[in-house]
Ligand binder design. Sequence first.
Ligand code: ZN
Ligand code: FE
Ligand code: FE
Ligand code: FE
Length: 183
Amino acid sequence: MKNTPSKDKESESANRMDNDLHKLFLDELSDLYSAEKQLTQALPKMIKAAISPELKEAIQAHLKETQNQVSRLEEVAESVGEELDEKTCAAMKGIIEEAGELLDEQKGKSSLDAAIIAAAQKVEHYEIASYGTVRAWAEQMGHDDAAQLLQETLDEESAADEKLTEVAATVGNESGEDRRENE
Ligand code: ZN
Ligand code: FE
Ligand code: FE
Ligand code: FE
């Protein structure tokens, strides 16, 4: 039964599916490459704007990771013998634009740090969704090295998101205390 025409057709369509998925995988990696590069430019502005030293430190630490994530994506592409294309992640561009507007609106307000955390968590959630997807595709196609590298970044994005949630709790407490002290 192995060499029946219908079996050949099946494997042909399986090959096509793999090829299409491989191309989609590379497109998505190039999109993330753009997203991470945009973030290396945008995060310093958030660090500068943040009031809480803990928040500044958290974003600073993630900026370092982000710079490393840019080169890790190059490694991912190399691991499958490919190169990344130059493209623009429109979604990250939009998230960063909105963050910029929010920061302008919040200048001088006690809610500024809360706004920065909100914007930063939207960034992390976009990244978590995207890296989760490409990691799963890498596994599906048997790109084990790529999958492992993408998992490393995914773990960093998740940890950054959790750190922001922690900082958000302290930022809220501090401003609450400040308010009480000022009464
Ligand atoms: Zn592939
Ligand atoms: Fe990242
Ligand atoms: Fe994107
Ligand atoms: Fe991130």
